[in-house]
Design a binder for this molecule. Structure first.
Ligand code: KG4
Ligand code: ZN
Length: 326
């Protein structure tokens, strides 16, 4: 490429992934670089916000440079900078936002602040098979679990959300109880394949409306593990994982189908880290599932979302702040 000035540079640092991507106006991914800090946080059993911010600070420039290099492009090709503004860890967000402002300002480019959740939804709008709204979207990640009525590329309505833990959080906490690493969702998914999902009866709270609740489930798993001797626990770990996963997936699928029916049989889409779960993907095989590599946090989805938002022109964005929650 030679200085086309049309490409979108996306930056995402809301949690423990430092990510940068180059995406074209029509939603083709030119490069999508994700540097995960998971190993750094593993020994604490969860993300340590201050450790995450510092790591983002070290990684954000090299990751942006890597994305530009992998796209075989230069900064002259970039016409717009997109960055996650929130929700997420405030210190982590500020690093990405400052980097995005600096790049945009130095080249007098416009900037789009993106809501992380719109980013996850926009993972469905990328090539080669962009989904067209309207649809009902299940967004299930480490920080969020919600059902969203996506009316158009730029308008959405939240129909239900979790009253306590997010689905990904339930996976991670369950994994921890079963002695798996952090983040444990993927490990639990793997272990569950060797177990019997009917071995244990884990109830999922039915709350009114289209909301979710997962905190009771985690307690049920805790009690089940306490009843077992260390030997028994070791032998039944796969059964516990399979039964626990079945309960989460069932809750997600039931509510999603209910919401789709309420919207008059709307098509279903699934995004967010938990959309990588193999049992969920099977149970909702008729739905539009975010491509596996775009389920967990990445910057291509942030650049994708920016295509449907009015940019803030130079230098109006310098005063923008990040937000931890809505
Ligand atoms: O979207 P994401 O990367 O970050 C947030 O925005 O929160 O989601 C991360 C979450 C973690 O809780 C992780 O355990 C979960 O997605 N996850 C999975 C799987 N892969 C990632 N959960 C269940 N099964 C998987 N295969
Ligand atoms: Zn996310």
């Amino acid at each position: 490429m030679s200085g086309t000035g049309t490409v979108i540079l996306g930056i995402e640092t809301s949690c423990d992934e430092t990510a940068a991507a180059l995406v074209t106006q029509d939603g083709s991914i030119m490069a999508n670089v994700v540097s995960s800090q998971a190993e750094l946080h593993a020994r604490y059993g969860g993300v340590v916000p201050e450790v995450a911010s510092r790591r983002h600070l070290e990684l954000v420039s090299p990751v942006v440079r890597e994305a530009i290099a992998r796209a075989d492009a230069s900064l002259d090709d970039v016409g717009l900078v997109a960055v996650t503004q929130g929700p997420g860890l405030i210190g982590a967000l500020l690093v990405g936002l400052a980097a995005a402002k600096a790049i945009a300002w130095s080249r007098r480019l416009p900037l789009v602040p993106v809501d992380h959740l719109d980013g996850h939804v926009a993972s469905l709008y990328l090539q080669p098979a962009p989904l067209e709204p309207p649809f009902l979207c299940l967004l299930a990640s480490g920080g969020h679990t919600m059902l969203v009525d996506v009316e158009s590329h730029s308008s959405r309505r939240v129909l239900g959300t979790t009253l306590d833990d997010a689905a990904g959080e339930a996976f991670d906490k369950g994994a921890r109880l079963l002695g798996l690493g952090y983040p444990g969702g993927r490990e639990l998914d793997r272990l569950a394949r060797e177990g019997d999902p009917a071995a244990f009866d884990f109830p999922v709270a039915r709350v009114p409306g289209l909301d979710f609740s997962f905190s009771g489930l985690k307690t049920a798993l805790l009690y089940a593990t306490r009843k077992l001797s260390p030997d028994q626990l070791e032998r039944r770990r796969a059964d516990l994982a399979a039964s626990y996963q079945r309960a989460i997936v069932r809750a997600l699928v039931e509510r999603t189908r209910e919401a789709a029916a309420q919207l008059g049989g709307a098509p279903i889409a699934v995004v967010g880290g938990v959309a990588a779960n193999s049992e969920l993907r099977e149970a909702l095989a008729d739905a539009a599932l975010a491509p596996l590599e775009l389920t967990t946090d990445n910057a291509a989805m942030i650049a994708s979302a920016a295509r449907f938002v009015e940019p803030v022109q130079y230098p109006g964005y310098l005063g923008l702040d990040a937000f931890a929650s809505r």
